[in-house]
Design a protein around this ligand. Structure first.
Ligand SMILES: [Zn+2]
Length: 543
């Protein structure tokens, strides 16, 4: 194979990739012929491929690969240029810079992540074999098992209506209503529902009782801090978005059972026992958790530790029947996915994915895709219908303001967007959509198009999937609509016809008139309360 071609010396990654791509395509072509390549020959060829990749991995500095990829610097420049234009106020700019990019304490980790990115190139090339061989063997996987709803006698008390459950398959799913119909057990219900639908109970020998006890512990972990935003409703919402990507968009056709198990579980646990404050708050206040996790992805480490500690109870151990290899694999996937929900890795993830898309074509590492889908699901609120997005915004801003109150009390600088007296909600949301959410969904859409093209294009219509071929994705219209609404609110003329400026008093007016009188009324009410005595702050402000 590839006779006459000079083997790359491992010093130039582009040549290595081109060479590997050709080599692996030839192996795949041969596997598809009437006389496929023998196992011995295939082992020999793959051994050769691995040796070249290992050589390249140890010989070439990662930065060479990254700088030659080109796509990385483009994103940086694009975002940076727009972010530093006059149209973005300083507070929003600072919030985006401090929340979605790593600051100095994370530099060491960043360098590690870069190395991992390069390794992922190696894995991606190997992974493509797996994906392709799967497609050779399988027809379309069976879709969902028929609906089966859990019943909790004496607790949730009733089963969900068929109509409500059916909406689980729609992008317009309403977690607030779901909370009502599930008797205040949304995470428990959606967990049962999804594990049943994807047949995970049977495939991994999990009993209904074990799953229920596990879900209840996790749900209680979310309920305990009584955060307005980071609670069981948010976890339910993220689990739903992941389910949507898996089912309606068709990502499940690219994933094996363990990977589906891993991403659903990650969505369910990813913010458990959230403190309602940011990682930066923990670091700045030198909290116990910040000391425990050495300032690195403090909350994400805590969520993981909480969940895996629950799993140590025998009657809640949904991993009990996994083999040691399966346990090791799923733990790695879940840890990586939840750590990747640390918002400070946002721009880095975006750059890495963009580079993978432009460099590797359809050879994206599966775990990288899973991490990105979970992260996008985690920031998907602005891509939902306005009524839902408005409620989520109200909740997250209240959580931010509570943090600002605590920072004031502790004598710490108030974090961007956390000062309830000056923050402009429409501007913050517009900045979030334009610089964080929209670019992420664009890259995600591109990734899904590439990943799913060969898998779903023929069967998309048959299964009602959001296939490829130019169909508009469900999140495109709501994102555009929400962006337009916030933009309009940023420019709402005041009574005398002059556009709102960015002073504190005008922000309050803009917010109160256009954001939602009830919620903002509560925010105003809370403004003068003592933070220490403000239990009301932590009560969800929308019932
Ligand atoms: Zn989250």
């Amino acid at each position: 194979m590839l006779r006459g071609k000079v083997e790359p010396d491992g010093k130039e990654n582009w040549i290595v990739l081109e060479f590997m791509s050709r080599l692996l395509h030839q192996i795949m072509e041969q596997l598809n012929t009437a006389n496929p390549i023998s196992l011995t020959d295939m082992k020999q060829e793959l051994g050769r491929a691995v040796a070249i990749l290992d050589k390249a991995n140890s010989a070439s500095p990662v930065k060479d690969f990254r700088s030659s990829a080109g796509a990385l610097s483009n994103i940086d420049e694009e975002i940076e240029t727009s972010l530093y234009s006059d149209e973005v106020c300083e507070e929003v700019r600072e919030w985006i810079a401090t929340t979605f990019a790593r600051t100095t304490p994370g530099m060491r980790r960043k360098s590690l992540a870069r190395r991992h990115t390069f390794r992922s190139v190696v894995q991606a090339v190997k992974a493509s074999l797996y994906v392709n061989s799967e497609s050779l063997q399988s027809t379309l996987p069976k879709y969902f098992s028929f609906l089966h709803l859990p019943r909790f006698e004496g607790e949730a008390g009733r089963s969900l209506s068929f109509k409500e459950v059916c909406r689980l398959d729609n992008w317009t799913f309403d977690p607030f209503k779901f909370n009502d119909v599930s008797g205040g057990h949304p995470l428990r219900y959606i967990g049962h529902e999804l594990f049943t639908r994807y047949d995970l109970l049977a495939k991994f020998k999990i009993t209904g009782g074990t799953l229920d006890r596990f879900l209840l512990s996790i749900q209680n972990g979310y309920k305990k801090p009584q955060n307005p935003y980071h609670n069981e409703l948010h976890a339910t919402d993220v689990a739903h978005s992941v389910h949507y990507f898996l089912s309606r968009v068709g990502l499940m056709h690219c994933m094996n059972d363990l990977e589906i198990f891993a991403i659903l579980l990650s969505a369910i646990i990813h913010d458990v026992e959230h403190t309602g404050t940011t990682n930066n708050f923990h670091v700045n206040s030198r909290s116990h958790l910040a000391l425990l996790y050495n300032d690195r992805s403090v909350l994400e480490n805590h969520h993981l530790c909480f969940a895996f500690t629950v799993l140590k109870s025998r009657d809640q151990d949904i991993f009990a029947s996994l083999t040691p290899e399966q346990y090791s694999d799923i733990r790695t996937l879940v840890v990586d996915m939840v750590i990747a929900t640390d918002m400070s890795s946002h721009f880095e993830q975006l750059r890495t994915m963009k580079a993978a898309l432009s460099v590797l074509g359809n050879q994206i590492e599966k775990s990288q895709a899973l991490e990105f889908v979970l992260h996008v699901s985690d920031i998907a609120n602005p891509a939902k219908d306005w009524e839902l997005h408005r409620q989520w915004t109200s909740r997250i801003m209240e959580e931010f303001f509570c943090q600002g109150d605590r920072e004031l009390e502790l004598g710490l600088p108030i974090s961007p967007l956390c000062d309830r007296s000056v923050t402009c909600i429409p501007e913050s949301q517009l900045g979030f959509i334009e610089f964080v959410v929209l670019p992420a969904f664009d890259v995600c859409s591109e990734m899904l198009d590439i990943l799913l093209e060969t898998k779903t294009s023929q069967a998309a219509d048959e299964l009602g999937l959001e296939g490829c071929g130019g169909k508009e994705r469900a999140w495109v219209a709501p994102l555009a609509d929400n962006r337009r609404r916030w933009k309009e609110q940023c420019q709402t003329p005041s009574k005398d016809g002059i556009n709102e400026t960015r002073t504190a008093s005008n922000h309050s007016l803009a917010s109160r008139t256009s954001f939602g009188a009830n919620e903002l009324g509560r925010v105003d009410e809370n403004r003068n309360k003592s933070p220490r005595n403000s239990k009301g702050y932590l009560t969800p402000i929308i019932s």
